[in-house]
Write a new protein. Structure first.
Length: 398
């Protein structure tokens, strides 16, 4: 989404000054106004270091991380066509809310102004512009380059019209009004609905996919509404692990019982994701982050909406993510032999169905009985530890 053509002449002058003087640029606006899109457009011809919500709590000191990265860029620039560096500090308001320590480090970085010749853009929500610490930081700059993305109704309609024309989609003015007001003029959500509209899905998604809702609220919305992969990645950004585990804990209540064959796939993908997350964290290879949601959240989300259990939305969700996390770690890290029974990979879920939910399922019992006795005893012992219940493994013996 390129909002550059919809800027005012004064805003374009500020951008020219930003490019010529290399002073920091502050971009503010409501959710979905195009702050990130504008920043990326302005920095597209540079070697970019991006700090956003995905960096929350990933670094002990994000300021040191930025400075070390800049120094590495100094060396790598000798071998690249792009000879200019840039730093985008996106979602500053989210750092203030969810990572106080690194928010202070970012404030220190902006106050010191040691950018080593890099262009710097800071993006945050309109409401956060009143933050006292941010106001103090701005006072350290001789010239303030600041752009507020707050469009008139006419500009919003122009943007939507242009998008529709470029995609050859026709929509009545009444439908356009409903779309804009229902999505609260959030252009990211509007774009998502336009994609759905082009696929003949007339139901409008009301959720704003960049509002950084609480984990529990996001989990419930993923059950209520269907998202495509792009929206899902954006909506779950920075909370992929917690949300994935929440869904995993509840998926057996949300998917039809006769479709439980998908559960081994779901569980195995979670194990793969856990290995990837361990590698990503230890090696600081943050580019793998989007794969976490693709492996954990999206498969469950897909099956929940493809094979929904009766009254799935009426169920009270369990948010006991630490138990699931422990079980997945055990499953991902151990090197144990498996029988040819593929359901052995979902042993904990099967035991949960039998022991905690007290559901006597003949099919589940048969699956358990098909396993080796030593394997069942080992799994039951671990299950007892995590769930603090007594399990008699003999009743699962054939």
């Amino acid at each position: 989404m390129n909002i550059y053509p919809y800027l005012s002449s004064d805003q374009l002058k500020i951008i020219d000054r930003f490019h010529s003087e290399k002073t920091a640029l502050f971009i503010t606006g409501p959710p979905g106004a195009g702050k990130t899109s504008l920043a990326l457009e302005l920095l597209k011809d540079t070697v970019l270091l991006r700090i956003d919500a995905g960096s929350i709590k990933l670094h002990k000191n994000v300021c040191d991380f930025i400075l070390n990265s800049i120094r590495k860029h100094n060396i790598s620039l000798m071998f690249q066509e792009k000879q200019e560096r840039s730093i985008l500090i996106d979602d500053l308001h989210v750092f203030h809310k969810h990572d106080k320590v690194n928010f202070k480090h970012l404030m220190h970085f902006l106050k010191a102004k040691k950018t080593y010749g890099s262009k710097v853009i800071i993006a945050y929500s309109s409401v956060f512009g009143k933050n006292k610490e941010l106001i103090k930081i701005k006072q350290h700059y001789d010239k303030i380059n600041s752009i507020q993305l707050h469009y008139s109704y006419q500009i919003y309609y122009r943007i939507i019209n242009d998008i529709f024309e470029s995609r050859m989609i026709s929509m009545s003015s009444n439908e356009m009004d409903i779309l804009l007001y229902t999505t609260n003029f959030n252009l990211n959500t509007v774009l998502s609905n336009i994609d759905r509209y082009s696929d003949n899905h007339k139901t409008i998604i009301k959720n704003e996919c960049d509002n950084f809702d609480a984990v529990a609220e996001v989990t419930e919305n993923l059950i209520k509404y269907r998202y495509d992969i792009a929206d899902l990645l954006r909506y779950t950004h920075s909370d992929e692990t917690s949300i994935g585990l929440n869904l995993l804990e509840n998926c057996h209540k949300l998917i039809k019982e006769d479709k439980y064959k998908c559960l081994p796939i779901i569980y195995q993908l979670h194990a793969h994701s856990d290995r990837m997350e361990t590698f990503m964290t230890s090696s600081h290879e943050w580019g793998f982050r989007d794969y976490l949601a693709s492996l954990t959240i999206f498969p469950i989300h897909y099956y929940i909406h493809k094979y929904p259990a009766p009254s799935a939305r009426a169920h009270t969700l369990i948010y006991n993510k630490y138990i699931s996390k422990s079980l997945i770690n055990v499953n991902a890290q151990k090197k144990e032999r498996y029988s040819e029974n593929e359901y052995e990979r979902t042993i904990y879920l099967l035991l949960y169905t039998m022991q905690i939910l007290k559901k006597d399922n003949k099919q589940v019992l048969e699956l358990l009985q098909s396993m080796h006795h030593k394997d069942i005893q080992r799994y039951c012992k671990k299950f007892e530890f995590f769930y603090e219940v007594k399990v008699n493994p003999r009743k699962f013996f054939a």
